[in-house]
Design a protein. Structure first.
Length: 592
């Protein structure tokens, strides 16, 4: 619906493969045509859920401009001007955008303007230290003993660590008034959070949750917030939000505070000075699979209520990623779902006639299932008549290893069996975003090496090092121990690895894992050795820590990844394994 003042809101519900990125780029280029200048691009903020999505949007917009109007410009000064605008496009994740705000307005909340963003590992280490400090308070020790009457200690530990993952709910909400245990745990968590915050402040650290929380606090609590809002209002006219179904409540509150509340009111300088300003929201509730990170598909309906009388709605349903057989299958699977009524996908004309099929096979055991997958891959590779459409050249070509994608819900115990089968059949594969970092053999050796140096009483670690292929005896271990006073521990271990030729024969993944381990170790250099040891002993039980990223997605090998990580990607041949692990309620959104 059109408003009586220049504020404009557009909501696009874009189903999977319907040209979401193309749609956003078209809207931005339409603004350029309307204003007759590329200067309008400087007044746009485009926010996306992931860094890769933001980069892809930026890349495709730049390519579109450089391959069209830009070629017709002969004025060198005008070319340089456009280049500078494109280099400084304000496309980012909400975290990166919040980071820019905090860097510029750090004095408002007294944080170090040169703060460092710490990763999840460093965050876990500091959080564990904060818990230890809180337990040193006699009051909480008494509380803890009382709590154990109703709660097992391992459950209490899981609850405390998982509460930090409930961001933004913990930050914006409060516990039920009639639940005394919940209130006490929340009180304990709040105290841990305060100690954790102080530890980070002392070191000049922020974690990813802090970026959102502190930005929100600046906008809502700081008396200087008006300066930030005026600055944003003066420089920005349009906000684009990509993958809106993955936006969490706190992120939306930040966007509202930055200008949306005033923009839609029709008051303020912008409504008098600007010919048009507004917000473009693009997303799809059916693709909301990041609730565990705070994403809320229900936010779509809330936003519609907030923008009532201002927004226009457009539904993108024509799919340009999948063939007719795939689209018909998806529509059939969801035909009984109430949310799917009126949302059925249509086939894009470009790929309508490419042959394809959906095959469903049931097996008694995992062994049979994985055997079938391997044989299917080899059959496809050996048949000359099986060809696929190359999206880059837009021509048909013979199928290759890189065209196969194996999707799993999570890395379960049977995952090792899948790897064994692929190795047995000599099928090269890469695990995109693989987990189990601390369970990898090279990391187990590095941990044993570290423990044997810093803890002479750890006989198990010393035995592991002595019986490894590197045959480090006690004399050599003692020699390196004496060098600990001359080297920072991560540098000493690097030196040892060079001297024992550790790097020789490592795969790309193993080398990257080793580099990641050394980085984790170096990031703890400010701690005493006994604390680092304690941290590693806790971290080593983490079975879902990701392996180091080696940008393996472009390798010519079968790709294996989780359904969550595969979002937005495509492949000519897709195997969806272990479908029995997907529950009927939430699993459908996870698959399609």
């Amino acid at each position: 619906m059109e408003s009586k003042f220049p504020f404009k809101a557009v909501i696009k519900e874009a189903s999977a493969g319907t040209g979401k990125t193309y749609s956003i780029i078209s809207e931005i280029l339409n603004l350029k045509e309307k204003y007759g200048s590329y200067d309008i691009l400087k007044r746009i903020v485009c926010l996306s859920f992931s860094e890769s999505a933001a980069i892809e949007l930026k890349k495709r917009l730049i390519e579109k401009i450089l391959n069209s109007d830009y070629k017709k410009i002969n004025d060198e000064k005008e070319q340089v001007k456009i280049q500078n605008i494109l280099l400084n496009l304000n496309f980012s994740t909400i975290h990166s955008f919040s980071q820019k705000i905090l860097k510029r307005f750090s004095t408002f909340i007294e944080i170090d303007p040169f703060f460092k963003i710490i990763d999840e590992n460093e965050s876990k280490i500091l959080f564990s230290e904060a818990i230890s400090k809180v337990f040193s308070n006699p009051h909480f020790l008494d509380f803890f003993y009382e709590l154990l009457k109703n709660l097992k200690i391992n459950n209490f530990s899981k609850i405390i660590f998982s509460m930090d993952k409930l961001h933004p709910y913990i930050f914006l909400g409060e516990p039920l008034k009639d639940n005394s245990i919940t209130k006490e745990i929340a009180k304990f968590y709040k105290n841990v959070g305060e100690v954790y915050t102080n530890l980070k402040k002392e070191l000049g650290y922020l974690d990813f949750n802090d970026l959102e929380k502190l930005t929100y606090e600046i906008l809502t609590k700081s008396p200087d917030a008006l300066l930030l809002l005026e600055d944003f209002d003066e420089k920005i006219d349009f906000i684009f939000i990509d993958e809106f179904q993955d936006t969490n409540l706190l992120q939306w509150e930040i966007i509202k505070k930055l200008g949306l509340e005033e923009w839609k009111s029709g008051y303020g300088a912008k409504s008098e000075e600007r010919p048009e300003y507004g917000i473009y929201i693009v997303g799809d509730k059916k693709q909301a699979i990041y609730k565990f990170r705070g994403g809320e598909k229900e936010l779509f309906e809330e936003v519609k209520k907030e923008l009532k009388n201002y927004y226009t709605l457009e539904k993108l349903r024509e799919n340009y990623r999948s063939t007719k057989e795939i689209i018909d299958f998806v529509n059939s699977v969801f035909s009984e779902e109430s949310d799917w009524k009126g949302e059925e996908l249509r086939v894009g004309k470009e790929i309508k006639n490419i042959p394809s099929k959906v095959e469903i096979s049931l097996f008694e055991t995992k062994d049979e299932e994985y055997e079938w997958v391997c044989n299917k891959i080899l059959t496809f590779l050996n048949k000359e008549d099986i060809q696929i459409l190359d999206k880059i050249s837009n021509e048909m070509r013979k199928i290759e290893l890189k065209d196969f994608l194996i999707l799993i819900r999570s890395r379960t115990a049977s995952f090792e069996l899948l790897e064994e089968k692929l190795k047995f059949y000599n099928i090269p594969y890469v695990i995109i975003g693989g987990i189990g970092f601390y369970q990898e053999p090279e990391i187990k050796f590095l941990l044993s090496l570290f423990y044997s140096l810093v803890d002479p009483s750890d006989k198990y670690a010393i035995w592991n090092v002595k019986n490894s292929i590197f045959k480090l005896d006690e004399r050599m271990i003692e020699k390196y121990r004496k060098e600990m006073s001359d080297f920072e521990i991560s540098f000493l271990i690097e030196k040892i690895l060079r001297e024992i030729n550790f790097w020789d024969g490592l795969s790309i993944q193993q080398s990257a894992n080793t580099e990641k381990f050394l980085a984790i170790l170096q990031n703890q250099a400010y701690l005493p050795v006994f604390q680092i040891t304690k941290n590693f002993r806790e971290l080593s039980f983490d079975t879902i820590e990701p392996k180091a990223d080696i940008f393996s997605i472009d390798q010519n090998a079968v790709k294996i990844m989780t359904i969550h990580r595969a979002k937005g990607l495509e492949a000519p041949v897709v195997f969806l394994l272990n479908i029995e692990d997907i529950n009927s309620k939430s699993g459908k959104n996870d698959i399609f």
